[in-house]
Design a protein around this ligand. Structure first.
Ligand SMILES: Cc1cc2nc3c(=O)[nH]c(=O)nc-3n(C[C@H](O)[C@H](O)[C@H](O)COP(=O)(O)OP(=O)(O)OC[C@H]3O[C@@H](n4cnc5c(N)ncnc54)[C@H](O)[C@@H]3O)c2cc1C
Length: 300
């Protein structure tokens, strides 16, 4: 029996959803990426820890996938196991504005949930198409808000497969950065402190931010959001536009005409198209402005 068969059986024994040769393009907002051998969706933390342990025992590489909205997956796909968080999707208001949720919860669902509870503080996140786990990992933010403003603590599975908790200061949250970007832990849940607000006002702010996204971002085409981090004192989109790269394309990957900070998939774009386009943008912007653009999106 191959190790992948062993892994498959272990996941089935744990009663997890398992998909063999899962096309990762279907699990990313960019709609790009080849298959992975196994895609597994644990619905409890215990099962997730057991799967991670099994990957180690069988020496199988694994990758943790949220909603795939910040990723460029290679055209060859991923040899190994993708452990998807989407079924860790509980969400609870514990009282006094403290909300606890599993990492698989979509940010937009969480925003709607807390709005219904009359809680304020997460309006900025409405419209970010990721999961809570991805948002903690990235310290996602928009409209002058970021996860750092609301996070109290996070639970995780560490690299020895023990569960643990980090308090806010241990999360080392910075601009699109957290401790989880370097430690390889599997974040399992997050607790946030929100404040009581007026439901109508919360809803209005959420809708205002969403309308602003619709107006400024190319939401009609697949993408992974802003490709580059904001350079100090500047905006990546403005620099790219200044270099006359709006609309420039490599294969079917194109610098959005609507927002130059986005690369869009105009149909069947490959990861190679995206990578070549990114390098071209970085080279051009550097030559013309001396500014080195760093990618915000991640590559698998
Ligand atoms: C149209 C559009 C608009 C966007 N707007 C914004 C915006 O305004 N602000 C912003 O910050 N981002 C934005 N993004 C980017 C993206 O939505 C965020 O970065 C989001 O937080 C990623 O979450 P995800 O679940 O999709 O993560 P994924 O893309 O699945 O994963 C991203 C990284 O996080 C890791 N990860 C995910 N879950 C876990 C976990 N549970 N434990 C450990 N590691 C984990 C993955 O391994 C990977 O390295 C946008 C994207 C799109 C497509």
């Amino acid at each position: 029996m191959t190790v992948l068969n062993e892994m498959n059986n272990a996941a089935l024994e744990l009663e997890c959803t398992v998909i063999r040769n899962a096309p990762l393009c279907e699990y990313t907002s960019f709609k790009i990426g080849g298959p992975t051998d196994l895609l597994i969706k644990p619905d409890t933390v215990k099962k997730a820890a057991s799967l991670l342990n099994q990957c180690k025992l069988l020496d199988i590489p694994y990758f943790i996938l949220g909603r795939g909205s910040n990723l460029v997956v290679s055209d060859a796909g991923f040899r190994g196991v993708v452990i998807c968080t989407s079924e860790l999707d509980s969400c609870e208001h514990k009282g006094d504005g403290v909300v606890e949720c599993g990492v698989g919860v979509k940010l937009s669902s969480l925003c709607k949930f807390v709005c219904e509870e009359g809680l304020s503080g997460l309006e900025f996140a409405y419209g970010i198409p990721g999961s809570v786990g991805g948002a903690v990992y990235m310290n996602a933010g928009a409209y002058n808000g970021e996860m750092k403003d609301v996070l109290l603590e996070c639970d995780h599975i560490d690299t020895s497969f023990n569960v643990g908790t980090f308090e806010k200061q241990q999360l080392e949250l910075g601009y699109r950065n957290s401790v989880y970007k370097t430690n390889g832990y599997y974040i399992t849940s997050a607790r946030m402190q929100l404040s009581y607000g007026n439901k109508k006002i919360v809803e209005e702010r959420m809708n205002r931010f969403m309308n602003s996204r619709k107006e400024k971002q190319p939401l009609d085409l697949p993408s992974a959001g802003s490709v580059f981090k904001r350079p100090e004192g500047n905006y990546a989109g403005a620099l790219i536009e200044m270099c006359k790269l709006k609309g420039y394309s490599v294969g079917r990957a194109k610098v959005s005409e609507k927002h130059a900070g986005f690369i869009v998939n105009t149909g069947q774009a490959t990861a190679e198209d995206v990578k070549k386009l990114i390098r071209f943008i970085q080279d051009t912007v550097f030559k013309k402005t001396g500014i080195a653009l760093e990618t915000e999106i991640e590559f698998l």
